[in-house]
Ligand binder design. Structure first.
Ligand code: UDP
Length: 366
């Protein structure tokens, strides 16, 4: 079976690293080619991930990024269609909820090439969020929806997606957390070695690891100001690896002075990120992936959003939402999560860390 996988953004490289390994282990039964749309074109957000995570080099690189949602999606649609017409793969696989995901799914389904959606069925129920629009549409275009959780399966059923198209596979992010968590510990000295991260990651220097990048938190100056103000008043030192979008918005909104109390780095490689998630006393984030990784690595989390698609983490207490417009609410949530008993049970919400093998096996039955 010839499979064309479309990736474009950092979280997709991480998901692909887990699944591409399992596909390679099928001994040629599935032959995968990677198409990189270029949505994340910064070297620190892209090239480093391919190298570090052992993802097969992209056979196609579209170099499309930096535009508006509409312009990017339109240009990707046209370019992916061209590749599909030339290659005629048996299926196209997409991950998650980005513009690259939607463009790939649309291009393939118009050509009657079956679409496989990994990380299907998630819902934040916030229809203004570009990610929500992308994931809903992609689920409805897909022939096979690999859902990570029971909640995701329930969402797909409720939207009338046929039972035979839904597979409860577990979450490839749990695979990535298992594989790279072990690797990060083994390479800890090297990963932290020469950098200022070393002092922070030492056990006697408790710290908070933060990522902020969602459009709804960075585009609105008042919202971004509230978040940076709360981080500046946090009870522990805060490490903030700055996403390029956030860095650009801080400059545009002239909020640089709020960065002074924080420890800044550029975007981290994934292994360093995983290691810091493990070492941090608390994670504060608006990322979908990081909320879950914090849990998978045993660290409590505060999510600075008004809703999340990973509701199971709220139910078991490892994650807590905090209103990103309200510094006092964010500080209160940080204090509550820091008081959480680190030994409390972590239910196996996202599968056993072997979702990728299950997905590869199911694809071979097509
Ligand atoms: N990540 C990383 N380095 C960083 C920040 C994040 O490797 O400096 C990883 C993080 O561990 C997670 C993924 O990038 O696996 C999340 O990507 P992002 O927050 O951009 O997207 P989302 O998960 O919200 O879609």
């Amino acid at each position: 079976m010839q499979l064309l996988t479309v990736v474009g953004a950092r979280p997709q490289f991480i998901k692909a690293s887990a699944l591409s390994r399992a596909i390679a282990a099928t001994g040629g039964a599935i032959q995968e080619q990677i198409l990189h749309t270029g949505q994340h074109y910064d070297a620190a957000m892209s090239d480093q991930f391919f190298a570090e995570l052992g993802i097969p080099a992209a056979a196609f690189h579209l170099g499309i990024g930096g535009g508006s949602h509409g312009a990017n999606t339109g240009r990707m649609l046209e370019a992916i269609e061209r590749v599909l017409l030339a290659e005629r793969p048996d299926a196209l696989l997409v991950y998650g909820d980005t513009d690259s995901t939607l463009a790939g799914a649309l291009a393939a389904s118009k050509l009657k090439i079956p679409v496989v959606h990994v990380e299907a069925g998630l819902r934040s129920f916030n229809r203004h969020q570009p990610e929500e629009q992308n994931r809903v549409l992609t689920d409805h275009l897909a022939e096979l929806c690999f859902a990570p959780t029971d909640t995701a399966v329930a969402h797909l059923r409720r939207e009338g997606i046929a039972e035979e198209r839904i597979v409860r596979s577990g979450d490839v992010m749990a695979d990535a957390a298992r594989i790279f968590g072990e690797q990060a510990e083994a390479q800890a000295g090297e990963l932290l070695g020469s950098s200022k991260l070393q002092a922070l990651a030492a056990a006697d220097q408790p710290f908070i690891l933060t990522t902020i990048h969602r459009a709804e938190n960075t585009d609105d100056p008042a919202r971004l100001e509230a978040i940076l103000t709360a981080l500046g008043q946090a009870p522990l030192r805060v490490l903030l690896p700055l996403h390029p979008r956030t860095r650009a918005r801080i400059e545009t909104h002239q909020l640089q002075h709020l960065l002074e109390p924080l420890m800044l780095t550029g975007p981290l490689g994934f292994l360093a990120m995983v290691l810091l998630e493990r070492r941090a006393a608390l994670v504060v984030t608006d990322s979908g992936g990081v909320q879950k990784e914090a849990f998978l690595q045993g660290t409590p989390c505060v999510t600075v959003r008004t809703e999340t698609e990973w509701v199971e983490l709220l139910e078991c207490g490892w994650n807590r939402l905090a209103d990103p417009a309200d510094p006092a609410a964010m500080l209160m949530a940080m204090a509550q999560q820091l008081a959480l008993d680190a030994g409390q049970p972590r239910p196996m919400l996202y599968g056993d860390g072997h979702a990728a093998e299950a997905i590869a096996a199911r694809l071979q039955q097509r």
